[in-house]
Design a protein around this ligand. Structure first.
Ligand SMILES: Nc1ncnc2c1ncn2[C@@H]1O[C@H](COP(=O)(O)OP(=O)(O)OP(=O)(O)O)[C@@H](O)[C@H]1O
Length: 281
């Protein structure tokens, strides 16, 4: 098993975007029954790095993301985001979040949804409008500024959610299967968009997915987790170039398939083929 933690010195970077150190998460249920969702997790994500979490259903991917987002707390160990406690990072709006459901407010227009976090943090009207215009251009929705969510396709709604997550220029995005509900073609287009957007903004990303090709296409590193108790089984560094080099053609590239095979082998490590909850397409 390789260690997912990379020291700051090794990366030659400043403070890591995310540092998870010695984390266990134990849920206590009814009648004091316990579920060890995560065990001995060490993971460091560098600024600007794209890291995917993949593993069988129930291995703790969402739990790990929730700990980083301070939506839950570790039983043991620490989580820091840009050197701050997860709680402080949440208060300081250090990251944007996007989940499987776009989670837009149906009574607000696209503009109204994207500017919501800015509004909540007291950004003045003129600054808000110019930021929303930039974000609409970034996600290719300038012509839909005044549309309502139910007038948009699923992929467009997800782009609005990504724009909203980027509104405050976070240095980190936390994404839990954001494209899971989309059809395959839209999903691939969204992946290409996301690579471009993160390349342009320089944001680090922690991305939960069930899809091996999606993880490989997007990531600098793929973290492969094992079933309960969720542990990091292995970490694959994907050498497919920079964000700009991750074009549509890459999906037909031999190196891409090699990386997909490697992740598949790591996932199936000790288990038979056909792990529940992981897509190989
Ligand atoms: N609030 C909770 N209370 C009790 N158990 C929980 C809670 N949240 C998660 N779990 C358990 O922790 C384990 C990990 O769940 P988690 O949702 O993180 O897995 P996952 O890898 O994201 O799964 P999936 O791929 O199916 O979404 C599971 O066994 C789940 O039942």
């Amino acid at each position: 098993m390789s260690d997912a933690s990379v020291t700051t010195e090794e990366r030659g970077a400043a403070v890591p975007a995310v540092q998870v150190a010695g984390v266990d998460k134990i849920f206590v249920g009814k009648k004091k029954s316990t579920v060890t969702a995560l065990e001995s997790i060490d993971l460091t994500v560098a600024p600007g790095e794209f890291v995917s979490l993949i593993g069988p259903s129930g291995c703790g991917k969402s739990t790990l993301l929730r700990l980083i987002a301070d939506l839950d707390t570790p039983t043991v160990g620490t989580v820091t985001v840009f050197g701050k406690s997860a709680r402080q990072a949440r208060i300081d709006q250090e990251y944007g979040i996007a989940f499987q459901q776009a989670g837009l407010l149906p009574w607000r227009t696209v503009t109204g949804n994207i500017e919501l976090p800015l509004e909540l943090h007291g950004v003045a009207g003129a600054a808000r409008r110019s930021r929303v215009a930039e974000l609409l251009t970034l996600v290719g929705l300038s012509d839909f500024a005044e549309s309502y969510p139910d007038q948009l396709s699923g992929g467009m709604q997800q782009r609005v959610a990504i724009a909203r997550a980027l509104a405050e220029s976070p240095r980190l995005l936390l994404m839990d299967e954001p494209f899971g509900a989309l059809d395959e073609m839209t999903r691939e287009r969204m992946q290409t968009e996301l690579v471009r957007i993160t390349g342009e903004t320089g944001a680090a990303v922690v991305f939960v997915t069930h899809s091996i090709p999606e993880a490989v296409y997007l990531s600098n590193r793929v973290v492969v987790m094992s079933p309960r108790p969720g542990r990091i089984r292995d970490v694959l560094t994907v050498s497919l170039g920079t964000a700009l080099e991750r074009t549509e053609e890459l999906r037909e590239n031999e190196a891409f398939f090699e990386n997909v095979s490697k992740v598949r082998e790591l996932l199936h490590g000790e288990a038979p083929v056909g792990i529940r909850g992981v897509e190989t397409r």
